[in-house]
Design a protein around this ligand. Sequence first.
Ligand code: V47
Length: 457
Amino acid sequence: MKPSAPVTTADLAPVVGKVAAAERLSAEDGLALYDDVDIHTLGELANGVRERLHGRRAYFIVNRHINYSNYCVLRCKFCAFYRRYPTKKTTDGGDVSASLPLAGATGGLPTSVRAGATGGVSISARQDDAYALSVEEMVDRAKQAYEAGATEVHIVGGLHPKLPFSYYTQLCSAIRESCPKIHIKAFTAIEIIHFTRICKPRMSIREVLTALMQAGLDSMPGGGAEIFDDRVHDEAYKNKVGEVEWFEVHRTAHELGLPTNATMLYGHVETKAERIAHMIKLREHQDESIRSRPARFNCFIPLSFIPDDSALSDLPGPTGLDDLRTLAISRLMLDNFAHIKAFWIMQTPKLAQVSLNWGVDDIDGTVVYYDITKREGAGGRHQELTVEKLQRLICEADCIPIERDSLYRQVIRDRENSSGGTVWYSRPWGTEDNCQRSPRPGVPDRATRRPRCGHRP
Ligand code: V47
């Protein structure tokens, strides 16, 4: 985007002034950005902040998403991922769940379970693709990813009614053992609360997180936040734990030194004011973590609602312009978050690319398989961008591609290593407490040079 003086109405001048002076924006300012500013001006403002923090750098990660199960006890209206655990009566009057191999040959842990493999059980078409993977299957997938060069596995699943807590600790320790250097980013706050409840006797959030960290957990993803608002909660995800528990889990994680991410699911039944309020709650939490805890939110990920196959499929979902606006406003409101990520699976690769000039500095990763949302015609659960495609998207947006690890340290590949394994060296970018400052004060910023396409940093 060419630097030029932003076009503003007189009313917006104070907001523009605050952005220029790196001052914190209020809820009213956030709403004014939604309602009173054209998309180009908004892009210039957000891009200015993005450049102050990251120059022309744009981050991506070589990762793999792995979902252990889509069985879930919740029925969130926005969700097309969950499948019911089969507790219906079989034709001979038995309980299906009792016949599933959930506590069999693997010492109380599940061998893989697929609804299609339950034999003689009548299941609806929507249940045909229900699954729960064994620890061994999960490790196989993680190993495949590791050997292909992934530095991170992102592991989440539905709230499975039968899996014991030991499944999750064994999952982490088995992956840690097979893939020693991989970063395990796993379990949303909602899953963590579920784990506290399935333990007998119940465990506290702190005990659950500590056990998972001892088993190898390195960080937590930001899912399950949706919109922090009781009205929206009751309308779209009534039975899910709410913001109090979500924040309690992230607060405890930060106290324990476990970094986490934060998300916002937008474009369903929430208002613009509720989105802004959501961002402000996260900003306040981040202030506190920066001030007094050893870990914090690494990044903010606005997730664009995909209505297909959900109970809210009659809603249109956000437009591309709403996506861009929300990403840009996130950059402007969340002055204490180092990174704003466009998750290309939800915003699409093309819009994620455009958003690199609307405040976004990260377009996530190679992903490879993604079950939670599937766009029509996108090729089902295989949803992958190669490193070359990610680099091209970034270069075409006039940015410099930087492969990062889960903590936003640069990954430098050993190109001589032909085995597909990697040797990497990392250094932090832009992770100072006050992330409004230039990432490396006083040091000429090499990254503001114009990129050449195909440029390897
Ligand atoms: O919690 C569910 C959302 C989240 C839909 O931390 C939907 O790096 C859109 O949190 N349309 C899971 N969104 C994904 C998530 C995430 C993704 C990428 C990176 C990170 C990270 C976290 O997806 C859920 C929910 O908020 N979601 N259904 C849907 N139909």
